[in-house]
Write a protein that binds this ligand. Structure first.
Ligand code: F6P
Length: 444
């Protein structure tokens, strides 16, 4: 079970900050659970850890087993919510060096999450001479980055295995009925998995979107779902002792008190992509109508030697949320050195974990002294259950937070602005007038 420690928040807030938020939270809780608030048609993730499609879950396990047996590499094509969750879970539970350290099963490469030719060519080089499969993931089926990448990797597979052979190596995760990718998958006969209508991209990691690549990397998705389910049951109970209520209340009260940035900090390098997932979750959910805490993430202690300076003494705009894993997976003991030239013998025989724990405790107090409120979230271990719980905790708290902020936590209309300009500049049919207007501005 997760443990939330808010003892370093109260000193930054006026008295009564918790109780003052209770009515808003009660309303937000009902909106999230009942799907009755703005964007309520996208609350399909709320009951997902209990109500998921068992038949599809079995197919995911089977497809993952097939990929593990016939592929040395899996190319996961998707952007935003269609890749960040899978990458976050795979790396957090294995290693940020997964492709170097994994023992069996495929290397996992992510493509279609940008438009860099160099990055794409690198993945092509890495997979072209080994047996590989592709999981293309796009809820809309029309997002440019993954669609372009899929054209390229589909052609590569067809060249290598022929059309028929390629077909058995392409897995498409998309809308059940609509979209260009669904049409293509049906036409070509790919195995398909569904992004449910009621689940938006950034809330989709516990659907086939995340589960297929995660299972292909050898992670126990049953345990991941169990952890999420336990958290779901816990958070369904309304009240100020609900940890998601407390987290949402704290960050909202701090926002009202003038804080503008929330930094998610972890002490495990493997946790870095969880921060990327979390940033999309909160950034797309809350950043609208001129509102919202800007979500940032850091990796400690590495970033204490870069961003640490700003956090300690820069603009007093931020709050810090630290995610800590209670038990380490492995241990390293610091050796004794009879000469003690580095003066570190006071640490001889101590574990590195002990040093890291003191670094974390000291950092929290230093940052609090520097005016940065601290929220500490402890998960039992860096394992499937804890991570399932963490994912659900943040999703639920994000839904509540969005409603406290009086925005729709489930839409992302702002993302269309860049897409429209890009389509116009690329000469997409129907965008002719916009193209001319944009080019005039760019040339002036
Ligand atoms: O799965 P899709 O439809 O390709 O979308 C990918 C991502 O793009 C966005 O829609 C933003 O454009 C995100 O919300 C989403 O996670």
């Amino acid at each position: 079970m997760l443990n939330l420690d808010l003892s370093n928040v109260a000193q930054f807030l006026p008295g009564g900050w918790r109780t003052g938020q209770e009515p808003g939270l009660r309303k937000a809780h009902d909106y999230v659970l009942g799907g009755t608030g703005a964007g309520g048609e996208y609350t399909g993730w709320v009951r997902l850890p209990a109500d998921y499609d068992r038949e599809e879950f079995d197919r995911i396990q089977k497809a993952a087993a097939k990929i593990r047996s016939d592929s040395k590499a899996l190319v996961v094509i998707g952007i935003g919510g269609s890749y960040l969750g899978a990458r976050a879970v795979i790396e957090t539970l294995t290693s940020n060096n997964y492709n170097l350290t994994h023992k069996d099963g495929p290397a996992v490469y992510f493509a279609g999450n940008g438009l860099s030719a160099d990055a794409m060519n690198e993945v092509i080089e890495l997979v072209k001479d080994v047996d590989f499969s592709v999981n293309v993931i796009s809820k809309s089926g029309t997002t440019t980055e993954p669609a372009v990448a899929f054209r390229i990797f589909k052609a590569l597979l067809e060249e290598k295995y022929g059309k028929e052979g390629a077909k058995g190596r392409i897995y498409a995760t998309t809308d059940a009925k609509r979209g260009a990718l669904k049409g293509l998958a049906d036409k070509e006969g790919y195995e398909t998995f569904v992004v449910p209508d009621a689940v938006g991209g950034r809330y989709s990691v516990l659907t086939a979107v995340g589960l297929l690549p995660i299972a292909a990397a050898g992670v126990d998705i049953d345990a991941l779902m169990s952890g999420a389910r336990e958290e779901m049951e816990l958070l369904a109970k309304p009240g100020m002792d609900n940890p998601a209520w407390q987290y949402a209340a704290a960050r909202h009260a701090l926002y009202d008190a003038g804080k503008r940035i929330e930094i998610l900090a972890g002490y495990e390098p493997s946790f870095r992509f969880f921060g990327e997932w979390w940033k999309q979750l909160f950034g797309e959910s809350e950043g609208k109508q001129g509102k919202g805490l800007f979500p940032a993430s850091v990796e400690f202690t590495a970033d204490l030697h870069s961003m640490g300076q700003y956090i300690q003494q820069g603009e007093r705009l931020m709050i810090e949320t630290v995610v800590r894993f209670d038990t380490a997976r492995s241990k390293i003991t610091i050796p004794d050195d009879p000469e003690n030239v580095d003066g570190l013998n006071f640490l001889s025989g101590r574990s590195l974990g002990f040093v890291a724990e003191q670094a974390m405790r000291g950092t929290i107090l230093a940052h609090v002294d520097g005016g940065v409120p601290n929220i500490l979230l402890t998960a039992p271990a860096r394992d499937e259950r804890s991570l399932g719980g963490l994912i659900y905790f943040f999703e639920f708290a994000c839904g509540l937070s969005g409603y406290l902020l009086e925005v729709n936590p489930f839409d992302q209309p702002g993302v269309e602005a860049y897409k429209n300009n890009m389509y116009a500049l690329l000469g997409k049919p129907g965008y002719e007038a916009q193209k001319a207007a944009l080019e005039k501005r760019l040339d002036s």
